[in-house]
Design a protein around this ligand. Structure first.
Ligand code: FES
Length: 105
């Protein structure tokens, strides 16, 4: 596992409002929920919808294309949206020196 700093200032994140990040060509969805930072796969496992443009509802990240739902803590696809399969939930932290969001991957 390698630590990657994302170019996102943690203080710029707004509650339940995902933003896009990219590491090594992989899109990520980054958001704040109940004061905690979450970073998940940014491309939907169904047909590639932009999860960074999704919404947060009842502890789930919702895909904007066909409403695939993923647990924000684990990336597990919701059983009520079986067309989507699990995505990755990364371990996120805030870099003390820069204040930027960082992940292990
Ligand atoms: S592309 Fe995300 S649910 Fe279809």
């Amino acid at each position: 596992m390698t630590r990657h700093e994302l170019g996102i200032d943690a203080k710029s994140l707004k509650e339940d409002s995902p933003v896009e990040a990219e590491i090594d060509g992989k899109k990520l969805a980054v958001f704040l929920h109940a004061g905690k930072i979450y970073v998940l796969t940014g491309t939907c496992s169904h047909e590639g919808g932009p999860l960074y443009d999704g919404s947060i509802d009842d502890g789930k990240l919702i895909c904007p294309w066909h409403s695939g739902a993923f647990e924000i803590g684990t990336g597990k696809a919701d059983e009520n949206t079986p067309w989507a399969t699990d995505i990755v939930a990364y371990s996120a932290s805030i870099d003390k020196a820069s204040g930027k969001v960082a992940i292990e991957m």
